[in-house]
Write a protein that binds this ligand. Structure first.
Ligand code: 2AM
Length: 185
């Protein structure tokens, strides 16, 4: 059975709380069918892989087994509305080079192995609202939300009756580097 997979960066509890506050502030002004992204679903996508067969997944995990996650900090310092995707997200004006390079490698690897081919340039962001058909007024300036990045997940997206859920299939970096077979000697 194929699964919908993507590489992403998890968010700390503190960052999640700051983004929840931001959602509450914006939500008061939101009209129409816009959906609030639940905090449990917050993530920063590095590479969307699309539908991945079990065979492709095993090969993907083998290729990325020894991934070393770079330690980087970034600030989500602005809001953006992406009309075509219908998304309001918190994004950054400065992408750390190491993060951009990792996303590029992942996207290139996916394309080379018959998975999703990303065309849009990598722009780190965390989606806060979906199905936003229009903005009633300009998005406000925000207090930057700092993110400290040292972990990467391979995530699976599962459609449940109450909405989409994301689960980590494999984590690299941070505590995840102590997963079986990857323990320090
Ligand atoms: P985003 O919200 O960070 O943009 C899992 O489906 C995640 O992969 C989504 O949350 C979305 O991340 C990203 N995604 C889904 N479909 C995509 C597509 N066609 N192209 C690029 N990214 C996509």
């Amino acid at each position: 059975m194929a699964e919908r997979l993507f590489f992403s960066v998890p968010l700390s509890r503190i960052s999640q709380l700051e983004l929840i506050r931001l959602q509450a502030r914006l939500g008061a002004e939101m009209s129409g069918p816009a959906r609030v992204v639940p905090a449990a679903n917050f993530h920063l996508t590095l590479a969307f892989l699309g539908s991945v067969s079990q065979q492709q997944k095993a090969a993907l995990l083998a290729r990325w087994e020894s991934l070393v996650v770079p330690e980087v900090s970034l600030e989500l310092d602005q809001l953006a509305y992406w009309h075509r995707a219908g998304v309001i997200c918190a994004t950054t004006s400065r992408t750390p080079m190491a993060l951009g390079q990792l996303a590029h490698r992942m996207r290139q690897d996916a394309a080379e192995h018959g998975l999703h081919r990303s065309h849009a340039p990598f722009r780190p962001h965390v989606s806060l609202f979906r199905s936003v058909s229009q903005l009633s007024r300009e998005l406000p300036a925000i207090t930057p939300v700092p993110l400290h990045i040292n972990e990467v997940d391979l995530m699976v997206s599962v459609f449940e009756p109450h909405g989409v859920e994301y689960h980590s299939v494999r984590r690299w970096g941070g505590a995840g580097s102590l997963s079986p077979g990857n323990e320090p000697r």
